[in-house]
Ligand binder design. Structure first.
Ligand SMILES: Nc1ncnc2c1ncn2[C@@H]1O[C@H](COP(=O)(O)OP(=O)(O)OP(=O)(O)O)[C@@H](O)[C@H]1O
Length: 258
C-alpha cells in the first residue's frame, strides 16, 4: 500500500519521435503530485510510462528507470499487466463498462483475476464504493448498469474500480476534465481522502486544481514543436505557485503562456 515512485533519467519515444527528455523526479508515498504544463509537453506520456500504459501505443518505448519502492517496473522479469495492477489508472473520460452492473463494474478486475466468492466480492464492492464516496448514492441500485450514472458518478465508479484491486499508486489523467464544477469538487475531495492510503499522481490543466489538491507540483514545458518535453522544476505546490525557481514556471502559472 502507498509505495514510493522514483523516476530516473527517463526518456520516452514514440517510434523515432523523442517525446520526453531526461525526466527525474520522486513521488513520496501518501502524497499527491500534480503534473502541469502546456499542451503537448508530455504530461500524459510521463504519467502513462509510470505504469507502462504507454506501451499500448505501437513503437512507444522508454530509456531510464521507474522504481516502485526500489523495484524497477521495466525489469525484464516484470509483467506489464502486474505493473498495471499495482499502479492503477483513472482516465480523462469516465469509462465504466456501460451495460455491466454498478457492482460488477467495481469488481471487474478481481473477477478477471479469477475471484468467485460472491460474499467477498460484495464486500470489496461496498468497501471500494465507500472509498470512492459513491456508496450512499448507489447502494440501492447496485444491479443497475454503470452507464446509467451521471458523469461525475461514473468517474467515482471508475475510481472505485481502480481501488478495488488495492493498488499501491493511483495515476489520474485529467480526471475532472469531462465533469461539471460540483462533480469536480467531489473528485477533489475524494483525492484528498484517498491520499491517506495511496500515492497519487494527477495530470491537470487546471492550475487551481493543482493548487487545491497536490502536495508537490511538477511543471513540464517544451521548447518548440517537434522538440521533446522537459521537466522544468518540481517542488512543493505552495512554492511553485508563490515563488517558483524558474522563469518559465512563473510565466506559465501567471498565465503568460500555455
Ligand atoms: N500514441 C502516440 N503516438 C505518437 N505520438 C504521441 C502519442 N501520444 C502522444 N504523442 C506525442 O507526444 C507528445 C506529448 O504528448 P502528451 O499527450 O504526453 O502531452 P500532454 O502534455 O499530456 O498534452 P495535453 O495537455 O494536450 O494532453 C506530443 O507531441 C504528442 O503528439
Amino acid at each position: 500500500m502507498a509505495k514510493r515512485l522514483d523516476v530516473k533519467d527517463l526518456n520516452i519515444y514514440y517510434g523515432k519521435f523523442h517525446a520526453v527528455e531526461s525526466v527525474s523526479l520522486a513521488v513520496p508515498p501518501k502524497n499527491v503530485t500534480a503534473f502541469i504544463g502546456p499542451s503537448g509537453c508530455g504530461k500524459s506520456t510521463v504519467l502513462r510510462s509510470l505504469n507502462r500504459m504507454h506501451e499500448v501505443a505501437p513503437g512507444a518505448r522508454v530509456e531510464g528507470k521507474v522504481l516502485l519502492d526500489g523495484e524497477d517496473i521495466y525489469a525484464s522479469t516484470v509483467d506489464p499487466v502486474s505493473v498495471r495492477r499495482t499502479i492503477g489508472m483513472v482516465f480523462q473520460r469516465p469509462n465504466p463498462f456501460p451495460t455491466m452492473s454498478i457492482r460488477d463494474n467495481v469488481v471487474a478486475g478481481l473477477k478477471l483475476a479469477g475471484a468467485k466468492n460472491k460474499k467477498q466480492l460484495d464486500e470489496v464492492a461496498e468497501r471500494s464504493l465507500r472509498g470512492a464516496n459513491l456508496w450512499n448514492e448507489v447502494k440501492d441500485r447496485l444491479d443497475r448498469p454503470g452507464g446509467g450514472l451521471s458523469g461525475g458518478q461514473q468517474q467515482r465508479l471508475c475510481i472505485a474500480r481502480a481501488i478495488a484491486i488495492q493498488p499501491d499508486v493511483l495515476l489520474m489523467d485529467e480526471p475532472c476534465s469531462a465533469l461539471d464544477p460540483i462533480s469536480t469538487l467531489a473528485i477533489e475531495d475524494l483525492i484528498t481522502e484517498l491520499k491517506k492510503e495511496y500515492t497519487i499522481v494527477i495530470v491537470t490543466h487546471n492550475m487551481q486544481q493543482a493548487a487545491r489538491v497536490s502536495d508537490q507540483t511538477a511543471f513540464f514545458n517544451l521548447l518548440g514543436v517537434g522538440k521533446p518535453g522537459q521537466l522544468i522544476e518540481i517542488d512543493d505546490t505552495e512554492k511553485i505557485f508563490s515563488n517558483p525557481s524558474q522563469k518559465a514556471t512563473e510565466d506559465y502559472i501567471s498565465g503568460r503562456f500555455g
